[in-house]
Design a protein around this ligand. Structure first.
Ligand SMILES: [Zn+2]
Length: 127
């Protein structure tokens, strides 16, 4: 059973992947003055301090790595012999033994999305 925070993070990764796929395989440079350029001439313009380059392939590689981290930090359940699975104790993180789920790693991964309308204050790292 996925936790709400895990589902929230998976939805944010899906958002990022949709954006990256929509960009195709072209590197996009965003300048602070609002100009957008795709694939500057080879050997020509370089990314400077006032530009940000968006690399769709790198973004997809990042989301794949983040999905692997989410999978490592999935919830586990302890079930005593005298109880059914439906009566399992509170979930714990399978990667962070002893930490309740969601663990600090997942809480930190969600932090950049703090302003998202679906983010819950109970997911704050210190909550
Ligand atoms: Zn963990």
């Amino acid at each position: 059973m996925a936790h709400a925070l895990s589902e929230f993070l998976l939805a944010r990764l899906a958002d990022r992947e949709r954006t990256a796929r929509a960009a195709g395989d072209r590197v996009i440079h965003l300048s602070i003055d609002g100009t957008v350029r795709q694939d500057p001439e080879p050997g020509g313009e370089r990314v400077t301090w006032w530009q940000q380059a968006y690399h769709p392939a790198q973004e997809l590689a990042t989301t794949t790595a983040l999905r692997s981290i989410l999978d490592l930090h999935r919830p586990g359940y302890r079930v005593r012999a005298d109880r059914s699975r439906a009566e399992a104790d509170e979930p714990f993180c399978e990667a962070c033994f002893g930490e309740p789920h969601p663990c600090p790693t997942l809480r930190l991964l969600a932090l950049p999305y703090r302003d998202h309308p679906d983010y819950r204050s109970e997911w704050e790292p210190d909550a």
